[in-house]
Write a protein that binds this ligand. Structure first.
Ligand SMILES: Nc1ncnc2c1ncn2[C@@H]1O[C@H](COP(=O)(O)OP(=O)(O)OP(=O)(O)O)[C@@H](O)[C@H]1O
Ligand SMILES: [Mg+2]
Length: 419
């Protein structure tokens, strides 16, 4: 996999990256994951709640008490309304850009969700598909199908959608502090203190636990720092359900599917075989936790060779306290309980186990993280707990570029797929 990079979320061409392509035939799971509920043939942009097998499986009884699956109750916006909301998608209202397209800030009325003047009503984020993206429709459908049904404090709320003029748009609650990726890696970003990082990890773990623990588990498939969004109080929520899938049924351990996701975060067994496990998400969680500890991107071609892939480079340092201190993010300024860092490192190692069977479940990880969170810094040691000084080399390694993502047939992303 190491030499097959692209920029955006993605499906990966196996012929480029592995010698073992997964079957291209549609599996039962893929059929089950189909999008009969939202069909282009059935009317422009209209969502049909016609109880497909997939829908039927996602009943309220399937989910734990901490969240609920709701009947789609999304507003169908017109393109005109969304133009008004975002001042005609004016560049200065742009919040960011991903593989699906650009994201703009807009304002709507709190009750009717009709467009309002900037600064009045509530802020929303409007994601607009890139018309050249052939995966736009598929990802849009998955987003509406999953996020439109789930309601949980650690999942971003989807307010509505629009499908008009071959454009697919999604309207979400606005997350004031943007993505975890920006906070960890953007040049000039204020460093996140240890307890905030841990809270974000716990919130994200709650989101994943919710998805995994419904009887018909949902595999999120694109867990990464840019998909963890933060509200004004740094509550973290998962966004981007474009790649989500229902998990295996009938005692199967995995589903087989096209390989899609983001390099650096996707589990090795999935990239190699197309076999997607619930525990494939756990691998991605381990990578993000490692990014939070080190302040380094999962993949960064600007780092010296041998250090480009964070997991390959950093995992040996999780073995003992002395090595761990050296890879901790210097922007934490040693202000964290060492015991908590050691335990977080333990979790990371388990999450990154090459065999998904041996990775812990998300609810176990959540429980352990909550214990880690209870560890207080020794007040005597607070200012000088760790003597590790960031060396220049590590400071330089804190780059601010996007991770490289898989690319499929050159359909998405701007960067070359090989380097
Ligand atoms: N609901 C939201 N509230 C505030 N900002 C958002 C919201 N959704 C997205 N953004 C901003 O827009 C950026 C782009 O998001 P998007 O999900 O399209 O791409 P990405 O996650 O960076 O990449 P990818 O295509 O791999 O998902 C995010 O990094 C974030 O800064
Ligand atoms: Mg995203």
């Amino acid at each position: 996999m190491g030499n097959c990079f692209g920029t955006h979320p993605v499906n990966i061409s196996h012929s480029q990256c592995t010698s073992k392509p997964p079957s291209r035939e549609q599996t039962d799971e893929e059929k089950r994951n189909g999008f009969e509920g939202i069909s282009p043939e059935k009317g422009k942009g209209k969502i049909y709640n016609n109880n497909t097998p997939a829908d039927a499986m996602a009943t309220a009884a399937d989910v734990p008490s901490s969240g609920k699956i709701v009947t789609p109750n999304l507003k169908m916006f017109t393109l005109q309304e969304l133009k008004q909301t975002t001042k005609n998608f004016r560049p200065d209202s742009m919040l960011g850009e991903g593989g699906f397209g650009r994201v703009f800030k807009g304002w709507v009325d709190e009750k009717t969700y009709g467009p309002t003047k900037a600064g009045t009503g509530i802020a929303v984020a409007v994601k607009k598909s890139n018309p050249d993206s052939p995966q736009g429709l598929e990802e849009w459908q998955a987003e509406v199908k999953f996020l439109g049904k789930f309601s949980h404090p650690n999942l971003v709320k989807l307010i509505g959608y629009c499908w008009e003029d071959k454009q697919f748009l999604l309207v979400y609650e606005y997350m004031q502090k943007g993505s975890l990726e920006n906070h960890l890696f953007r040049r000039g970003a204020e460093p996140l203190p240890w307890h905030v990082r841990l809270k974000i990890a716990i919130d994200a773990a709650k989101g994943l636990t919710f998805l995994h623990s419904s009887e018909k588990s949902v595999i999120y498939r694109d867990f990464k720092a840019s998909n963890i969004l933060l509200d004004g109080a740094y509550n973290a929520k998962l966004s981007d359900f474009g790649l989500a899938k229902f998990g295996p049924i009938n005692g199967h351990s995995h589903i087989t599917t096209r390989v899609m996701g983001t390099y650096g975060y996707a589990a090795p067994e999935y990239i190699a075989t197309g076999h997607l496990y619930v525990k494939s998400d756990v691998y991605g969680f381990g990578v993000v936790l490692l990014e939070m500890l080190t302040g380094l991107r999962a993949l960064d071609p600007n780092r010296p060779s041998g250090e480009i892939n964070l997991v390959e480079w950093a995992v040996p340092s999780l073995e003992n306290k002395k090595k761990l201190k050296k890879i901790m993010d210097p922007r934490l300024e040693n202000k964290y309980p060492m015991e908590a860092a050691i335990q977080a490192a333990e979790i990371i190692k388990k999450c990154l186990h090459s065999d998904p069977k041996y990775r812990p479940s998300m609810d176990k990880i959540l429980e352990t993280l909550e214990q880690v969170n209870a560890i207080q810094e020794n007040p005597k040691k607070k200012s000088c707990s760790i003597k590790t000084k960031p060396n220049n080399k590590q400071q330089q390694e804190h780059h601010h570029r996007s991770p490289l993502r898989f690319k499929h047939n050159g359909t998405r992303g701007a960067r070359p797929s090989h380097y």
